[in-house]
Design a protein around this ligand. Structure first.
Ligand SMILES: [Zn+2]
Ligand SMILES: [Zn+2]
Length: 250
């Protein structure tokens, strides 16, 4: 299958201080690359250089559509304990179009496999969390079947992250295992660049190949294109499709 992924659903702006591009630069580059949907997903406030609550509250000043490009308002929230608690309150999470929940080492002390399994299951049970981000770290190993079955039950997605090939190399073996099991169990996946600058946009070859080698079918990739991704969010979160056609700030 040819790589025809045309969305970017995990992207950081310079609001996360270890990322380097503005929304405007990302939008421009996305348009040049023929990307049809861009979701801004800055880090939650628990990481030292994450965005604060006001960032997420005020995303309403951005339009949801710029020409043909859909701009989604999202977050990469931090999971902060074994109960799957995340670092944004429910009243903010519910305003967002798309929420990825990830473990980042500065705000999560590792426990046992059982602890991490519970962590991810509880996060997936949170109705405002849509996907688990880069979950392949061996430091936070979990019972893959138990977590993937939960993702399937709630129609949620498991991320396969291109950035992990550069930043989290020791995760890749686990990522392969997770992807294979997603293929076997028919679990939704999202493929992402986790871009930290405009220069990362469109660089999804490695996670695409990982998905293909694992046997992921095209229909499992919920962010293959804008239509599929928006339909997925509408189906799962009960959004009205019109929500995404707004060309003016709210
Ligand atoms: Zn992350
Ligand atoms: Zn990220």
């Amino acid at each position: 299958m040819k790589n025809n992924l045309s969305t970017e659903v995990h992207v950081h702006t310079l609001v996360s201080h270890h990322a380097y591009s503005t929304v405007g630069e990302l939008v421009q580059r996305a348009k040049e690359l023929g990307i049809s949907l861009l979701a801004i997903t800055d880090h939650g406030p628990a990481t030292r250089d994450g965005a604060d609550a006001w960032h997420f509250m005020n995303l309403k000043v951005l339009p949801r559509k710029i020409g043909d490009l859909y701009l989604l308002k999202g977050a990469e929230v931090n999971i902060i304990d074994f109960e799957g608690t995340v670092d944004l309150p429910e009243n903010l999470l519910k305003r967002l179009d798309w929420v990825i929940a990830s473990i980042h080492s500065p705000c999560f002390i590792p426990g046992t496999v059982k602890d991490h399994t519970n962590t991810y299951i509880k996060a997936l049970e949170n109705p405002y969390i849509d996907a688990l981000g880069h979950s392949g770290s061996p430091d936070y190993a979990y019972d893959i079947d138990a977590v993937l079955e939960t993702a399937k039950r709630y129609d949620k997605a498991i991320e396969l992250n291109n950035h992990s090939f550069f930043m989290r190399k020791k995760s890749i073996e686990n990522c392969r295992k997770i992807a294979r099991r997603c293929a076997e169990l028919g679990v939704n996946v999202v493929l992402s660049t986790d871009a930290h600058s405009v220069f990362d946009l469109g660089e999804n070859e490695l996670c695409w190949n990982l998905a293909m080698e694992a046997g992921i079918r095209e229909e499992q990739i919920v962010n293959l294109n804008a239509e599929r991704f928006l339909n997925y969010l509408c189906r799962r979160k009960g959004f009205d499709r019109e929500r995404f056609e707004n060309t003016k700030p709210e």
